[in-house]
Design a binder for this molecule. Structure first.
Ligand SMILES: [Zn+2]
Length: 241
């Protein structure tokens, strides 16, 4: 089985929409098509036809292109059943324990509430699409869920094998690194990653995907050992300039 080929499509100010292509079957999925036109042109440029649309949660920057991609390709739209009312034309309602496939590559659907209540992640062998749950050196805001839910979601993702690639939906790494260095100023691993990320962003490079190993080492939200500590950090970050 050939590995999935993953392509980042930058969109809006700081989103990444992800294409995942299986060359064995020719199947292509898009994860979180916030911008339908950008998704279709990226797929077309590679000669790929999207047959699967995967939504991690209902926010419009993740679902706004559902209808355009559906109309152009006839792809099937999958997403969290818990958010069905707010996801354009959701066809296959997913929940914890379900699976989805891209060719022969199968993903487990995980419920990872916190950013939204119905947020799901797609966990393949060796890689996961985590939406707005975990970011490189950070995590999503708690728009709907509780600190306890988000802490649990992050710990679950962080328990994946260390080399698992994590595809998050936003390029927030530099701001997250700045915050991490602020709350943990004496941490050498964070300082080193902050410097590396600053260089990457200066050169206009993408800082994703990240890995479970890197997040365990340098993500303060992942390193929080209690719900109370997680909640304290999240509160600080919400008010961090
Ligand atoms: Zn979101």
């Amino acid at each position: 089985m050939t590995a999935l080929e993953i392509v980042a499509i930058p969109a809006f100010a700081d989103n990444y929409l992800w294409l995942a292509h299986d060359s064995d079957s020719g199947s292509t999925a898009v994860v979180d098509p916030g911008d339908g036109a950008a998704v279709l042109s990226a797929a077309e440029a590679r000669g790929w036809t999207i047959d699967t649309i995967l939504n991690t949660h209902w926010h419009p920057d993740h679902t706004g292109g559902n209808l355009m991609v559906k109309e152009a390709t006839g792809a099937t739209i999958y997403g969290p059943g818990a958010e069905r009312a707010r996801i354009p034309r959701l066809e296959v309602e997913l929940a914890e324990g379900d699976t989805v496939r891209i060719g022969a590559h199968e993903a487990a659907v995980w419920a990872v509430p916190g950013h939204t209540l119905g947020h799901i992640a797609f966990v393949f062998e060796g890689l996961a699409f985590v939406g707005d749950t975990m970011f490189a050196m950070g995590c999503g805001r708690l728009f709907e869920g509780t600190p306890e839910q988000m802490h649990g979601s992050l710990q679950r993702i962080a328990a994946l094998p260390e080399h698992t690639l994590l595809y998050a939906a936003h390029e927030y790494t530099l701001a997250n690194a700045r915050f991490a260095a602020h709350v943990l100023p004496d941490d050498a691993a964070i300082a080193e990653r902050f410097a590396r990320v600053a260089g990457q962003r200066e050169r206009g490079e993408m800082t994703l995907p990240t890995t479970v190993e890197r997040e365990r080492a340098t993500n303060p939200f992942v390193r929080a050992t209690s719900v109370a500590e997680f909640a304290r950090l999240r509160g600080l970050k919400d008010n961090f300039a």
